[in-house]
Design a protein around this ligand. Structure first.
Ligand code: XMP
Length: 513
C-alpha cells in the first residue's frame, strides 16, 4: 500500500501532519527522524516535520539527506525546510523577532505544483525563531510573506520543497490544499486509503492471521475496544469472546446499556459484575495514585480469572490505536515508547497480541465504526477513563458517593445530549469529553426551603480537544449551565452547590485525579 513517511523532528504538530495526510485518503507513517525505512517499496514521498530546536542547537536532530534526496519527493516543514537549507549550503539566522502567527502570501509562483489553486494573499501560520536568509545554490524562492521572504522554496529541477509556515494547522487556510498538491499531484497518491478499504483488507488479514484460533478481548464500553471487537467479529465470528468487567464505577446504567448494545451487535460478551470486590478493596483509600493502583490490580485479577476459563484462547486482542504507539521524541532525542501495557496478563497463557486498530487515528476509528454499521451513540461516545468515576470522586470511595455522582453526571450528560446549539448541532457532539466530579472532601453551607444544608459541591468539566494531550475548557452556553445546575441541586440529594471547571490542560489535566 502506498505510503508517505513523516520524519518526526519533535514538533508538537507532527501528528497533525499525519492526520492531514490521512484525510487525503493516503496512508502515512510517523517515524523518529533517524528511523527512515530503507528499501520500503511502498514509500511515495517524505515529509520532514518541524522541531523545537534551532538548526544551530548542538543537540538539534540531523539526518543524512542523501538517503532520501533524489529518491523521493520531499517536503520540509518549518525546521524541516530550515534544516535542508542549512545543510545544503544556505543561511539560516535568528529572526529579528520571533515570526509567529498569521501571515499572508504576498507573492507565490502560481504555476508551481505546490501552489496549484492557491488564492492571492492566502493566510499561512508561522511559528519559528530562525529564518532562512539565503537559499542554497540552485534553490529558488517560490513564495513570500511581508516579513518572510523565503516563505517557501524549491530546488531547481528537483521534487524538493520547503515551507517555513505550517500547512498542517487550521490557521493555514489553504494548508490542506498544499498538502494535497504534494501528496496527490507530486507523490502520485491514488487516495485509496479509506474506511471501506481498511475494513476489507483488515478483515482479510485477520482471517489469515487468526485462522481457527480463539481470541479474547477486553471491552471497556469505549469506542476503540468496541470497534476492534466488531471488526474481529466480522473476521472470526463467535471465536471471539469479549469480557466486560463492571467495577461498579461506571456511569449510571452504563453496564446494562452497553451490554445490550454489544449483544445487539452480535458480539459474544461475558459481563462480570465485580463491583463488590472493587468497593471492598478501595474502602478508606483516598490517595489518587493508590486508588488507581488498586483498580488496575483488581481489574487484571478479575479479567484474568475470566480469561483463564477460555482455555483454548491463543490471542489477546486490544483496541490500541496509532497515537498510543507513535514513538514520540522528547527534547533530549530519546524515544519514549508509549505502547499500551498488556496489563500483566499471565505469561503461562502464552497469548499473542492482536491489535487491529494499531494504524488508526481516533477519527478514523470512528469512521471505521460507522462503516461497520455501529450505532452512532456508541461511535460518538466521549472518552471515559478506565478507573471510571473513582478518579472523579475526591477522597475515599463508597457506593453511596458513586450513586450521588452517577445521578449528577447523568443529569449533566443527558442534558448535553439533548441541547441543540444555535448552529443546529447537538452540544454533546461538540465536546471532546464531559463529566461531573464529586468534591466529597469539601462541604459548604446552603439553604433549601427553610433548612440550612451542609453538603458537597459537584464540579462540572467539559473540554474541547483533538487528542487529550492538550485541552481547552469548553465555553458552555449559560442557559445550559443554569438548567443543569438547577436540576442537579433540586434532584440529587447530598449536593447543594454546582461549580464549573475553567482550567485548561496544561497545566490542569482533564480528570481531577
Ligand atoms: P488526563 O486526566 O491525563 O486524561 O488529562 C487524558 C485522557 O485520558 C483519560 N484517562 C484515562 N483513560 N485509563 C484510561 O483508559 C486511565 O487510567 C485514564 N486516566 C485518564 C482521560 O479521561 C482523558 O480522556
Amino acid at each position: 500500500m502506498q505510503k508517505i513517511i513523516i520524519l518526526d523532528f519533535g514538533s508538537q504538530t507532527t501528528q497533525l501532519i499525519g492526520r492531514r495526510v490521512r484525510e487525503l485518503d493516503t496512508f502515512c507513517e510517523i517515524l523518529p527522524y533517524n528511523k527512515f525505512p530503507q528499501d520500503d517499496p511502498d514509500v511515495i514521498g517524505v515529509i520532514l516535520s518541524g522541531s523545537p530546536f534551532s538548526v544551530y542547537d548542538p543537540e538539534a536532530f540531523k539526518i543524512d539527506l542523501a538517503q532520501i534526496r533524489g529518491r523521493y519527493p520531499i517536503l520540509g516543514i518549518c525546521y524541516g525546510a530550515q534544516f535542508m537549507s542549512h545543510t545544503l549550503g544556505g543561511r539560516v539566522e535568528p529572526a529579528p523577532s520571533r515570526e509567529y502567527g498569521r501571515q499572508h502570501l504576498v507573492s507565490f509562483e502560481a504555476e508551481n505544483p505546490l501552489f496549484k489553486g492557491f488564492d492571492q494573499g492566502s493566510q499561512v501560520w508561522m511559528s519559528h525563531g530562525d529564518t532562512i536568509t539565503a537559499l542554497p545554490a540552485g534553490f529558488r524562492t517560490i513564495a513570500s510573506t511581508e516579513s518572510v521572504s523565503n516563505a517557501a522554496f524549491q530546488a531547481e529541477g528537483e521534487k524538493l520543497w520547503g515551507v517555513q509556515f505550517h500547512p498542517e494547522v487550521f490557521h493555514s487556510v489553504q494548508g490542506s490544499l498544499l498538502l494535497k498538491n504534494f501528496v496527490v499531484d507530486v507523490c502520485g497518491s491514488r487516495q485509496s486509503w479509506s474506511a471501506a478499504s481498511f475494513v476489507d483488507t483488515t478483515v482479510a488479514e485477520l482471517k489469515e492471521q487468526l485462522g481457527n484460533d480463539r481470541v479474547i478481548l477486553g471491552l471497556s464500553g469505549g469506542v476503540d475496544s468496541s470497534v476492534a471487537a466488531v471488526l474481529l467479529n466480522r473476521a472470526i465470528g463467535d471465536r471471539l469472546t469479549c469480557i466486560f468487567v463492571d467495577h461498579g464505577m461506571l456511569r449510571k446504567n452504563e453496564f446494562k446499556q452497553v451490554m445490550e448494545d454489544y449483544q445487539g451487535l452480535g458480539l459474544h460478551v461475558i459481563g462480570v459484575d465485580a463491583s463488590e470486590k472493587f468497593f471492598a478493596d478501595l474502602a478508606g483509600v483516598a490517595d489518587p495514585e493508590q486508588k488507581r493502583k488498586i483498580i488496575g490490580r483488581d481489574f487484571v485479577e478479575v479479567f484474568n480469572a475470566e480469561a483463564h476459563k477460555i482455555t483454548d484462547a491463543r490471542w489477546l486482542a486490544q483496541g490500541t490505536i496509532y497515537p498510543d504507539r507513535i514513538e514520540s521524541l522528547n527534547i533530549t532525542g530519546n524515544v519514549i515508547k508509549s505502547h499500551h501495557n498488556v496489563g500483566g496478563l499471565p505469561k503461562e497463557m502464552h497469548l499473542q497480541l492482536c491489535e487491529p486498530l494499531k494504524w488508526l487515528f481516533k477519527d478514523e476509528v470512528r469512521r471505521v465504526g460507522r462503516q461497520l454499521g455501529m450505532p452512532e451513540h456508541l461511535i460518538g461516545r466521549h472518552p471515559f477513563p478506565g478507573p471510571g468515576l473513582a478518579v472523579r470522586i475526591l477522597g475515599d470511595i463508597t457506593p453511596e458517593k458513586v450513586r450521588i455522582l452517577q445521578e449528577a453526571d447523568d443529569i449533566y450528560i443527558r442534558a448535553m445530549r439533548e441541547y441543540v446549539c444555535e448552529d443546529g448541532e447537538i452540544l454533546y457532539n461538540k465536546i471532546w469529553q464531559a463529566g461531573a466530579i464529586l468534591l466529597s472532601t469539601v462541604r459548604s453551607v446552603g439553604v433549601m426551603g427553610d433548612e440550612r444544608t451542609y453538603e458537597h459541591p459537584v464540579a462540572l468539566r467539559a473540554v474541547t480537544s483533538t487528542d487529550a494531550m492538550t485541552a481547552d475548557w469548553a465555553h458552555l452556553p449559560y442557559d445550559f449551565m443554569a438548567r443543569v445546575s438547577t436540576d442537579i441541586i433540586n434532584h440529587v440529594r447530598g449536593v447543594n452547590r454546582v461549580c464549573y471547571d475553567i482550567s485548561s490542560k496544561p497545566p490542569a489535566t482533564i480528570e481531577w485525579e
